[in-house]
Design a protein around this ligand. Structure first.
Ligand code: G6P
Length: 369
């Protein structure tokens, strides 16, 4: 029952293009009338959602980046203090657990050794209200050993570099955020708006993926580079981290991501004409600040590649390349802006001739420490 690449050259490209469909699947049966259903995390989860006062998220790799996005969402939209930590650190730390903390593991495989050990560490040290696994593999160790679970329904992911598992994790985390808000506030206009935006999301994802050809043309500018810097603010900072991780994993170009406001505290010293700088610019309240960060890059001769929402006033010019994404609700933006970064790393890797689906030294699932 082997999974086929179909007409795609690599599994990664196929999986990138499956995202609209698997996101639709992840949403199926989980949206109510103007709110998210609170019982979708398993039996008793409806009432448990009202008791949650803190959230601890633990994950590795790409899944960790999804957790970082969720922190911005949960604190802003549900008002619940949230911590996110890589599992290999969390499992060896004697952290303090505030009362009524929900412990959340994020994992595509449900078998990552460090994340599983972190879950067991949390359970044996006690103090948690409940554990929730957001996972792509039903019946995996993390799902079996957690009190609650939510499946991401991305389907089998073969490419080592995670793509559709990440975006379906983001969707699942937005469902969690909205379920927590509903449990605290009941219905409100914001939830109705976001549920509407989630229903439109598969269509929006396909609009974003239509940039494939433009990004392929852009990718030649990276093939000879040795370093790249990704910048974003707010939820776009973890998206920048994920973009840098994808580029590292499959094209072997050294890439770093920084919150754009930290540029002046170090990485600006590295910027010159050999250092392409990639920025993600949705039309949010931080866009003007991001634009001044980008001017600092240009002033040092850095070549800019900006993925900007269509109504953001940034223009193409000498050393400034701008690719436009459709207008999107600010909350949904991390999902949309992930796509061009996935496509960029893919096309750069293809140009460099690396083994895209099986990058050197990496494994799809790291089940030993
Ligand atoms: C490996 C994979 C990554 C993945 C990470 C966590 O490093 O190569 O793509 O993000 O493990 O895996 P998980 O299955 O727990 O999400």
């Amino acid at each position: 029952n082997a999974i086929s690449r179909g007409n795609y050259r690599h599994f990664m490209l196929k999986e990138i293009h499956e995202q609209a469909a698997v996101i639709a699947k992840t949403l199926e049966g989980r949206l109510g009338d103007g709110h998210v259903m609170t019982h979708i995390f398993g039996s008793g989860s409806g009432s448990l959602m009202t008791d949650v006062r803190h959230i601890q998220i633990v994950a590795c790799g790409t899944s960790y980046h999804a957790g970082m996005v969720a922190r911005y969402w949960i604190e802003k939209l549900a008002g619940i203090p949230t911590q996110v930590e890589v599992a290999s650190e969390y499992r060896y730390r004697d952290g303090v657990v505030p009362d009524n903390t929900l412990f959340v593991t994020l994992s595509q495989s449900g078998e990552t050794a460090d994340t599983l050990a972190a879950l067991r560490h949390a359970q044996s040290h006690g103090g948690y209200l409940a554990s929730l696994a957001i996972c792509n593999v039903p019946g995996s160790s993390m799902v079996r050993e957690s009190d609650l679970s939510l499946m991401t329904h991305a389907g089998p992911e073969i490419g080592v570099a995670s793509t559709k598992a990440f975006t379906t994790q983001l969707v699942s985390l937005l469902l969690l955020t909205l379920a927590l808000r509903y449990a605290r506030n009941g219905d409100d206009e914001m939830q109705a708006r976001l549920v509407g935006a989630l229903r439109q999301l598969p269509q929006l994802i396909n609009q974003g993926l239509a940039l494939d050809g433009d990004i392929e043309r852009l990718s030649s500018a990276f093939a000879e580079k040795h370093h790249a810097l990704f910048l974003g603010r707010g939820t776009m900072f973890p998206i920048a981290l994920e973009g840098a991780l994808k580029l590292k994993e499959i094209s072997y170009i050294h890439a770093e991501a920084y919150p754009a406001g930290e540029l002046k505290h170090g990485p600006l010293a590295l910027v010159d004409s050999d250092m392409p700088v990639i920025a993600v610019a949705p039309n949010d309240e931080l866009v003007e600040k991001l634009k001044s960060n980008l001017q600092e890059v240009r002033a040092r001769g850095g070549e800019l590649f900006v993925f900007a929402e269509e109504n953001v006033a940034i223009s193409e010019g000498d050393g400034v390349h701008v690719l436009r994404l459709p207008a999107v609700d600010e909350v949904i933006a991390p999902l949309l802006f992930t796509l061009p970064l996935q496509l960029l790393s893919y096309h750069v890797a293809v140009l460099k001739g690396t083994d895209v689906d099986q990058p050197r030294n990496l494994a799809k699932s790291v089940t030993v420490e």
